[in-house]
Design a protein around this ligand. Structure first.
Ligand code: ACO
Length: 333
C-alpha cells in the first residue's frame, strides 16, 4: 500500500467532518461523492441545496445524499455564527451588520463552523485564491497555542528511493509566509518535522536549505538560515535539524560527506526547509512539472484546526487526497 492509500485507510477510521465551502464546484462535488462512497470522511457541502441536487443529477453522483448540505444564505445558525464573528473581531471594528454579510461567504462560514465545533476541518481553493482561503482561517481559527506562523508543506513522492525517506520528501514553506524571519523559519522547521511524523510517519531529518553549506558563502540571507537553524535546534532539541545546507549537500550522501562531514542530516535529509516562500513555491512547481514528481499538498501547518488549500489547477483525486490528509490532521496524529 503506498503512502496516500495508507493515509486514506487511516482517515476512514476517524469519521471526521470536513467542510467543503466550494460545494457547487464540479471537481469538489465529484470529490465529495468519492469521499462519501469510500467513507474517507463525513462531508459538509456549502452551497445552494437545489443547485447541489441538480449537479449531483447532472454528474450522476450516487452518494451526495449522504452529505450534509448547508445553504450559506439561509440556515438556522446564521445569526449565532455572526455573533461569534463579532465577538472574535470586535477589536478590529467588526459590526453585526458586516458579520451578517460575511457569514454568507462560504469561506468565512466554514471557518466559523470549525471554531464553533460544528466541523473538524476544511478543504477549499479549487475556485478561490490561497489568500482568500487563508485570510478567514488566520483571522478566525488562528494559530495553535504557542505558535505564531502558518506555513504550507508538500509531500513529494519522488519514486527515487536514493533520496529522502525511500523517495519521500516533506518540504516547506511552499504556500504561506512570503519572507519569514529567522524565528518564523525555525518554527516552520519544527512544524514541518511534526507534519512529517504525523502524516508521513517518518523520523524527520531536517535540512535548513540555503545557497551555502556550512559557511561556504557569506551573505545576510545565509546568516538568516544559520540563525534559524540555531533557534530551531533550541526549540526542538530532540529533533535532527542541521544547516545551512545546499540542496545537493542535504540529499546526496557523497556531497553531504564532503561539504558537511559529521552532520546527522547532510546527505540523508527527508525534510527540506526553504529559506523563503519564493524558493519553496517555485521549487515544488518545477519538480512537479519538469520531473513529474507527485506533489501532495499544501498541507497547512501551525493552524489551530486543519484547513487546507487546493491549487486552482487541482484534480478530483487531489481533493480526495487532501480531505484524507485533513481528516488525519484533525485526529491530531
Ligand atoms: N501565520 C499566522 N498568522 C498570519 C500569517 C502567518 N503567516 N500571516 C498573516 N497572519 C494573520 C495576521 O496576523 C492577521 O491576524 P489579525 O487580523 O487577527 O490581526 C490575519 O492573519 C490577516 O492578516 P492580514 O495581514 O490582514 O492578511 P494578509 O493580507 O497579509 O494575508 C496571507 C495573509 C493571505 C497569508 C498573505 O501573506 C499571502 O497572501 N501569502 C501568500 C499566499 C500565496 O499566494 N501563496 C502562493 C500560492 S500557494 C500554492 O501555490 C500552493
Amino acid at each position: 500500500m503506498n503512502l496516500l492509500e495508507q493515509i486514506k485507510e487511516n482517515a476512514k477510521q476517524y469519521g471526521k467532518r470536513i467542510v467543503l465551502p466550494e460545494g457547487t464546484e464540479e471537481r469538489t462535488i465529484k470529490a465529495a461523492d468519492q469521499i462519501l462512497a469510500e467513507g474517507i470522511a463525513k462531508v459538509i457541502l456549502l452551497g445552494n441545496p437545489t443547485e447541489i441536487a441538480e449537479l449531483a443529477k447532472k454528474y450522476e453522483l450516487q452518494n451526495i445524499d449522504k452529505a450534509t448540505v448547508i445553504d450559506p444564505i439561509a440556515h438556522e445558525k446564521k445569526e449565532s455564527y455572526a455573533e461569534l464573528l463579532v465577538e472574535l473581531r470586535k477589536s478590529k471594528g467588526m459590526t453585526m451588520e458586516q458579520a451578517m454579510k460575511l457569514v454568507e461567504d462560504p469561506l468565512y462560514l466554514a471557518t466559523l463552523m470549525i471554531k464553533s465545533g460544528d466541523a473538524d476541518g476544511e478543504v477549499a481553493g479549487a475556485l478561490n485564491s490561497t489568500g482568500n482561503v487563508l485570510r478567514p482561517a488566520l483571522q478566525i481559527v488562528k494559530t495553535k497555542p504557542g505558535l505564531t506562523t502558518v506555513s504550507g508543506a508538500f509531500l513529494l513522492l519522488t519514486e527515487k528511493p536514493e533520496y529522502g525517506e525511500n523517495g519521500l520528501l516533506v518540504v516547506a514553506d511552499c504556500a504561506v509566509t512570503p519572507e519569514p524571519t529567522a524565528t518564523q523559519l525555525a518554527e516552520i522547521a519544527v512544524t514541518t518535522a511534526n507534519t512529517a511524523k504525523a502524516i508521513a510517519k517518518i523520523e524527520p531529518r531536517v535540512a535548513m536549505l540555503s545557497f551555502s553549506t556550512k559557511g561556504s558563502a557569506k551573505h545576510e540571507r545565509v546568516d538568516k538560515v544559520v540563525e534559524a537553524t540555531k533557534l530551531a535546534q533550541e526549540m526542538a532539541p530532540e529533533l535532527m535539524i542541521d544547516g545551512e545546507l545546499q540542496a545537493d549537500a542535504a540529499l546526496v550522501p557523497s556531497v553531504g560527506n564532503q561539504k558537511a562531514p559529521g552532520s546527522p542530516v547532510a546527505g540523508k535529509a527527508n525534510v527540506l526547509v526553504f529559506p523563503s516562500l519564493e524558493v519553496g513555491n517555485i521549487s515544488y512547481k518545477l519538480v512537479q512539472r519538469i520531473a513529474g514528481i507527485e506533489a501532495v499538498g499544501p498541507v497547512l501547518q501551525g493552524m489551530a484546526a486543519p484547513i487546507n488549500d487546493l491549487s486552482r489547477g487541482c484534480s478530483v483525486s487531489d481533493i480526495v487526497n487532501l480531505v484524507a490528509i485533513t481528516a488525519c490532521q484533525a485526529q491530531g496524529l
